[in-house]
Design a binder for this molecule. Sequence first.
Ligand SMILES: [Zn+2]
Length: 119
Amino acid sequence: MDEKKDRGKKGNKKIKKEASDKMKHDVNSANASHTKLFIPTIFHRLSLPLWPKFLLTQFLPNHSSFRSYLHKMNKTSSPNCNCPEKATQTARHLLLECSIFSKDRPPVLKSLPPPLVLK
Ligand SMILES: [Zn+2]
């Protein structure tokens, strides 16, 4: 029983390390513009008291069911949002700009620059 728990802990540590390494890679990648919006440098990331979670790892790199990503994967015909702005639907657009979510947008997203939102 303890051995099984130990293996589970080692598995969790391995998964957490892989997620952390993936996030570090994303932050350092030249193509990580969405991640860099909220986490501009690795030093900023290391100062944040956060741990990778499902939604965070979907939004930060813009890899989820956002139309821009689905369009890039040839899963939808248009990368544009359904809002009146018809902007390219990215995580950034949905979090900070989309008028469809303006009423539901938390005040912190309206008042602080993106790198300070995760602090
Ligand atoms: Zn929109």
